[in-house]
Design a protein around this ligand. Structure first.
Ligand code: F0G
Length: 344
């Protein structure tokens, strides 16, 4: 049986010998070649389909390590602030560990699938009259006041777990890609990829993309009221700001903004041209290379291999899909009418 990534890469992870393995067989996600996209951008482009993780996003890589360590230390409860995916993942891994979970989400601003996940796993779901940044301040404070483990990406074990995605890319491609395009919100994931690449002594050009209405790293200061259709990355004050900027600079990459329209176009385009359905925030990576082109680095060849990280599954957010896709065709139960409906 293939090993879950927490076992496969255990010697690179800061787990203690007695820690239990709290796992749902995360990781080992598909690396899917994207021929149509490759043709459009003039490089060989691969999609790292992180939506194929057990709860449908990359968060599971970090959560398995954070919750295993928390359980090993005797913690009984976990808490996080979330735009949705961390909440879904924390709720599932808390169940798996026999722990309780509480999640604080911005009211009315998380995709319906993520809410359903957190609720069905039995987490206490608190809808805050505020945004993600407000929620993160509150959970930091709560975890200091109470014996409850904070499992946001400020938790170092989350980053450690998420770095395994970089290992998988190198192991599967035989070497690191020339460039990595990645959506950026709280900036934990880009920090994690960079750590993984560095631990393998590689340095692809990191190309990060934020939504234009929530682009603090691009404008160089926090955004008080971030807004974007890509609710997962509706974040104005990223916790891993400095580390992320260091990763972009050291890799000779950059962080840029993509508009909601560009994000939704890339999201729809990917689903209808490559057969891959990701959530809107994930499509920021594809929107980025489509609208900004491949990174140009002085003294370096144009990248030949590029990986776009698709961070979460499209089914997380059916409302956005239904809003973007063509309508259903209603049809009477009669062969000639059906014929017309099918063939146009
Ligand atoms: N893509 C998706 C689908 C996400 O859910 C997130 C973050 C990101 C990209 C950005 O990753 O924060 O490490 O830069 N979601 C967090 C959450 C904030 O609460 O689920 P990042």
């Amino acid at each position: 049986m293939p090993q879950p990534m927490i076992e496969r890469y255990r010697d690179t992870l800061p787990l203690e010998p007695g820690d239990p393995v709290v796992s749902l067989n995360e990781g080992s996600t598909p690396l899917v070649e994207a021929p149509v996209l490759s043709e459009r951008v003039g490089a060989r482009v691969w999609l790292k389909v992180e939506g194929a993780n057990p709860t449908g996003s990359f968060k599971d890589r970090g959560m398995t390590v954070a919750v295993s360590r928390a359980k090993g230390r005797g913690a009984e409860a976990v808490i996080c602030a979330s735009t949705g995916n961390t909440a879904a993942s924390a709720a599932a891994y808390a169940v798996r560990a026999g722990m309780t979970g509480a999640v604080i989400v911005p009211e009315g601003k998380i995709a319906i699938g993520k809410l359903a996940q957190a609720l069905i796993h039995g987490a206490r779901v608190i809808a805050l009259e505020g945004n993600f940044d407000d929620a993160l301040v509150l959970v930091r404070e709560l975890s200091e006041r109470h014996p409850i483990e904070l499992v946001n990406s400020v938790n170092p074990y989350r980053i450690e777990g998420q770095k395994t995605a970089a290992f998988e890319l190198i192991d599967e491609l035989g070497e690191a890609p020339d460039a990595l395009a990645i959506p950026v919100g709280n900036a934990g994931n880009v920090t994690a990829y960079w750590r993984g690449f560095q631990e393998r002594e590689t340095a692809p050009v990191l190309y990060g993309f934020q939504a234009a209405g929530a682009a603090p790293l691009v404008i160089g200061e926090p955004v008080a009221n971030p807004e974007t259709v890509a609710s997962a990355i509706r974040i104005g004050s990223p916790a891993r700001w400095e580390e992320a900027m260091n990763a972009f600079n050291t890799s000779r990459g950059r962080v840029a903004a993509v508009t909601d329209e560009q994000i939704l176009d890339a999201y729809h385009w990917l689903a209808s041209n490559e057969g891959v359905f990701c959530e809107p925030a994930s499509a920021a990576s594809v929107a980025g290379i489509l609208n900004h082109g491949l990174p140009v680095v002085e003294g370096m060849e144009t990248p030949e291999t590029v990986v776009c990280v698709l961070t979460g599954h499209g089914l997380k957010d059916p409302d956005t899909a239904l809003g973007k896709a063509p309508p259903v065709i209603s049809c009477a139960n009669e062969i000639t009418v059906v014929e017309r409906a099918v063939f146009g």
